[in-house]
Design a binder for this molecule. Sequence first.
Ligand code: SF4
Length: 435
Amino acid sequence: MLGQLHRAGFRAVADPSEAELIVVNTCAFLTASQQESIETILDVSRLRETGNLKKLVVAGCLAQRHGTSLLEELPEVDYLLGTGAIGSVVEIANGLLAGGLARGAELGGLDRAEFDWEPRVLSGHRHTAYLKISEGCNNTCTFCIIPTLRGKHRSRPIEDLVAEATRLAGFGVRELTIIAQDTTSYGLDLYGRFSLDRLLEALDAVPGIRWIRLLYTYPRYFTDELIDCFGRLEKLRLYVDMPIQHAADSVLRRMRRGLGWDGTEILLRKLKAVPGMVLRTTVIAGFPGETEEEHRFLLDFLREFQFDHLGAFAYSTEEGTPAGEMDGQLPEELRWERRDAILAQQRTIALRHNRARIGQSLEVLIDSVDDSKAVALGRWSGQAIEIDGQVKLTIPDGGPGVSAGDLVTVRIRGAGPYDLSGVIEEPVQEGNCRA
Ligand code: SF4
């Protein structure tokens, strides 16, 4: 949307109070994320009085999930743009600002085969970017509303993604984080086979990109060809994010995850056996009907397996999902209690993993440098942007000057459950990018 608006002559401003038009792109995955979206819309709408705001558009999943009823509930909003209608953002922005377009909504279909991703404008860092390889999801996890909001799975062609990665590298991007609702299904619709391995090979050859990281893999479709990419491809980090959601077979069945516990565990052990592999997962605590025994089984497995990174969520009952209708909805308090128990256990595990890195030399990608130039924040290849911890770097007096996007070698001196700290040893030279 930003790219389309930019191409049509709109100028993005860093300070929202200067904007005449604001597009709030929303999430509606969980009740909590819907609440956060609504709070943001209400906050932004106050800029009609205190800033330059003339028109407010709400785009994305919240618009898609509630349709025109949202217009009735939120008189602050001028227009709703659903997930299938983002191609209309320029027309709607022009129509609203010129005064000819009345309040309304365009939700669009969720079956678009084509994507208009060009030209992309980066709104955050310049050295790291997400690369979205497909849209939608064909899985039917019973707790999840996403397929209803984003439609069936559609992959972007390999050439299209390589072209985008090449352009991003031209802007100075050095790290690509591969995302989609389900990255492992990539290519089945276009090429008749799971093709993430082929895509990663093609992206690995893009000059200027130094790190490629894979998020949101789905256990059922993790192929041996994909496992074989780790350690073989130069830029693909030894890092896999694979949400398992639970470990008890009975719960996985109720979640309709498509792969039972035996298959999931075999896969996890194969991934763990790749030398240097860092594993991240997410789990749901307090799914409908979860017994104390099932919760214990999950805790025991997590304690024994020891993921490097773990996110745990208290189950959220969502309208319009099969799990939302299931008997045995647990009290909120119990869901949070179980989630807290999982996280408390993980803190000890993560702290132990991080402490084992004290004394090691790690390659770190710098994300930001503070004004004094004495401290920088970065990540080693086992830390994904925005979801894992960081490495806090002390730059010695008279030490190397560094900027965001630099790869440097760091001697790790300290460790907490999430973050590491260390001292820069030397800048990493061009072409010397393996950790
Ligand atoms: S794979 Fe992910 S996006 Fe797809 S239905 Fe399951 S939880 Fe939702």
